[in-house]
Write a protein that binds this ligand. Structure first.
Ligand code: GLU
Length: 473
């Protein structure tokens, strides 16, 4: 068997939706797993709604996700001549015919069908026009569309996801394949391009299932082999409704802005509607590619759970090499208006990466360690102050006195722990009651890495300054 050729064929009429990104990924996994070819085709035939800006965002989104294409991007709009030639070939072969019905006539037919209580299907009246009739209309330049003769046969395929799906030709009408201005209707353009690009597997959203019998009819009329079709299930929000902006971010770029790592997004999207079997969840790219198969795609809709995405991102952040995160953290520090002041950010990142679910949270934590608590202490920190009352400041003073006695070169996590412990014992304090106010003084929060490590990261001067400020001394 020759290596698969797959394609991702977005319409540049909007941003890159997470559903589209997942479709792209599934295609890409198959190509990478099999040594096949991934073709990128931008379906820009809707002139009104397609924009270069959308194309750019789609390409950027794919690049960010690490979905690389082997051929393209091709622009469907460039293939108009071939689409027309295919329509004319069908016409010449008697597999398609010119339809001279005007919009008004079709509207009237539709209205009549609706009055009769049925759905409208074009009745094929132009299929049987006499040659002389056709010639005289052509001579008079009467505009026409081209319609496919849809055979009265079964139009079925073995979907790689859903199994056998079957439609009857008689339930479809002779649909238009070429408009009167000579441009192709979507189904013809897609089939013409997929044939020309020798696509072997069409993997796309299952919102396209109803197009597939029409496309099969076109393949057959053109005498071309049909590809394998795999229709991937819809993505739902956690409320079971189709994922939409109501559920929050649906654009891949939004997740980039929210501080999700591409590797985590890829892993998360891969598991939306596909399962490697078992309960493996954290799967780096190479494992995803090795385990991927069309058979592993589930037919039931998948649920997009942002809590799970953030959890997964946290796993990737924890495992990340701090050096790889430095550029993103630097960018975010600039947004927050915090200068790294020439410090090596890697130890700061390592100090907080286990407690961050997004890059934004991580950068925020780094900013706090560099520049002190931002804004008011959080709710739990305020509660701690209330609970300890005057002891909050008193305990801080005890710790500060002990810390002041530590020479700068001994300012290490181990020594700091020992000194604070000794001071707390001497004063009859529980270690927690000494440490927790320090944590609040340094970060504005009650959650962080162990306090001695926090002190080591923040350094002697800034630590003492923040403790004294919080103690009001
Ligand atoms: N351009 C179509 C879309 O954006 C996809 C066509 C296809 O994959 O066959 O939905």
């Amino acid at each position: 068997m020759t290596a698969p050729r797959v394609r991702f064929a977005p319409s540049p009429t909007g941003y890159l939706h997470v559903g589209g990104a997942r479709t792209a990924l599934f295609n890409w996994f198959l190509a990478r797993k099999t040594g096949g070819t991934f073709v990128l085709r931008i379906e820009d035939t809707d002139r009104e709604r397609s924009t270069d800006a959308h194309t750019r965002v789609i390409l950027e989104g794919l690049t960010w996700l690490g979905v690389t294409w082997d051929e393209g991007p091709f622009f469907q709009g460039a293939f108009g001549d071939r689409h027309r030639a295919d329509a004319e070939r069908l016409l010449a072969a008697g597999a398609a015919y010119r339809c001279f019905c005007t919009r008004e006539e079709l509207d009237a037919q539709r209205a009549a069908a609706e009055r009769a209580g049925g759905g409208f299907r074009y009745d094929g009246r132009c299929r049987h026009l006499a040659q002389a009739d056709i010639q005289s209309r052509l001579g008079a330049n009467v505009p026409f569309t081209i319609r496919l003769v849809v055979p009265d046969t079964e139009l079925a395929w073995d979907d790689a996801v859903h199994g056998r799906i079957s439609f009857q030709g008689r339930d479809l009408d002779d649909f238009v394949i070429l408009r009167s201005d000579g441009t192709a209707i979507y189904n013809l353009a897609v089939v013409s391009d997929d044939i020309a690009m020798r696509i072997t597997h069409v993997i796309r959203g299952d919102d396209h299932v109803s197009n597939t019998p029409k496309q099969i009819a076109i393949y057959r009329a053109l005498g071309a082999a049909e590809p394998v079709f795999a229709h991937v299930p819809m993505i739902l929000g956690t409320d079971g409704k189709k994922l939409s902006k109501r559920h929050g971010a649906t654009a891949v770029g939004d997740y980039q802005d929210l501080g999700i790592l591409p590797a985590a997004m890829r892993n998360f999207l891969a598991l939306l509607g596909w399962s490697p079997g078992g309960d493996r969840e954290i799967m780096p790219e190479a494992e995803l590619i090795a385990a991927f198969s069309l058979e592993g795609i589930q037919s039931k809709p998948a649920v997009f759970d942002t809590v799970k995405l953030e959890w997964m991102n946290g796993q990737y952040l924890s495992a990340a090499d701090a050096a790889d995160l430095v550029p993103a953290v630097e960018r975010q520090l600039a947004v927050l208006g915090v200068s790294p002041e020439g410090r090596d950010l890697r130890p700061l990142i390592d100090a907080v990466k286990l407690r961050s679910r997004t890059l934004l949270q991580l950068a925020e934590q780094v900013a706090v360690r560099l520049a002190g608590p931002r804004g008011e202490p959080d709710e739990r920190a305020a509660a701690l102050r209330r609970k300890l009352g005057p002891d909050f400041a008193r305990n801080l003073v005890i710790v500060a006195d002990a810390l002041r006695a530590v020479p700068a070169e001994q300012w290490t996590a181990d020594i700091l722990l020992e000194r604070v412990r000794t001071a707390a014992e001497a004063a009859g304090l529980k270690l927690g009651d000494a440490m927790q106010p320090v944590r609040v003084a340094l970060t504005g929060s009650t959650v962080s890495e162990p306090v001695n490590e926090l002190l080591a990261t923040v350094g002697p001067e800034a630590s003492l300054r923040r403790i004294e400020a919080a103690a009001g001394t």
